[in-house]
Design a protein around this ligand. Structure first.
Ligand SMILES: [Zn+2]
Ligand SMILES: [Zn+2]
Ligand SMILES: [Zn+2]
Length: 266
């Protein structure tokens, strides 16, 4: 693998229910089109021999088996909602392969919720072979890791503060319905933006698709993908109705960008 290639894999592009929604008989949930089947939101960044996961979705196990991911070297959390977090126990499989702990990065609040909600993981009296071994690293600003710079992008998700992340030419902004001016300044010159675009009807904690399209135009990445998609979104129909350079994400999508390490200070 070329050390200067940043690879991005869309592990999951679905909203919190996953698509199909349990018990739903709508056209999208009944569709056999592969792009209408969505696991919960997550992406993988690969650089050199390192794999960085953004979020541990409820579908983590299924996603890493599908993509044949054999190791995880760090996890960055966007926020503490269950759909982005509850696959955390499956990190144990990677501990066993790595024979070591995995660092978790996120806001102080997100990591505090993880520590509280998954107390058994951080309880030192539990037998170590039955639990994931994870280290909590609260962050407030850019982190350098494995030759990459990962910059948190503060956003609003209703009343909850979330982190998007920028890594060189790529930014991942899921679970948001407002992006502060200060954060927009961190998003110039992107090749690829993955942005929350839940559905067409309004929602009080997610951009809907018309709002996401407006935000994508403001940010001005060369290519934008909308993610966290609900069952209102019929991929083969709606993808072609979006403006140029804006598309719908789908599970298993891959991108590669050449990175000049000297440009990683963004
Ligand atoms: Zn979510
Ligand atoms: Zn449905
Ligand atoms: Zn959320």
């Amino acid at each position: 693998m070329d050390d200067e290639t940043l690879k991005i894999t869309v592990l999951g592009s679905g909203t919190s229910t996953g698509i199909p929604v349990i018990g739903c008989r709508c056209a999208v949930c009944l569709s056999s089109h592969p792009r209408n089947r969505r696991t919960r939101c997550s992406v993988l960044l690969s650089y050199g021999k390192y794999n960085i996961l953004i979020d541990t979705s409820t579908d983590l196990r299924q996603q890493v088996l599908r993509e044949d991911i054999r190791h995880i070297d760090a996890v960055f959390y966007t926020h503490c909602h269950a759909d982005h977090l509850h696959g955390i126990d499956d990190l144990r499989g990677f501990n066993l392969r790595k024979k070591g702990s995995i660092p978790l990065y996120g806001s102080t609040k997100t990591l505090a919720v993880i520590e509280h909600n998954f107390g058994y993981i951080f309880n030192k009296s539990e037998p170590q072979s039955y639990i994931p071994r994870l280290e909590l690293h609260p962050i407030h600003q850019a982190v350098k890791l494995f030759g990459l710079t990962v910059t948190p992008i503060p956003m609003w998700h209703g009343h909850l503060k979330t982190f998007g992340y920028r890594c060189g030419p790529f930014a991942y902004l899921t679970d948001c319905n407002a992006i502060p001016e200060e954060s927009l300044k961190l998003l110039h010159g992107l090749e690829l933006l993955i942005l929350d675009g839940l559905r067409f009807t309004p929602h009080n904690t997610h951009f809907n698709i018309p709002q996401a399209v407006e935000m994508a135009k403001i940010i001005g990445a060369k290519q934008t993908l909308l993610t966290h998609l609900s069952h209102e979104v019929d991929h083969p129909i709606h993808d072609q109705q979006l403006p140029e350079a804006i598309n719908l994400a789908y599970d298993g999508q891959h991108f590669e960008y050449k990175i000049n390490p000297s440009e990683m200070n963004i």
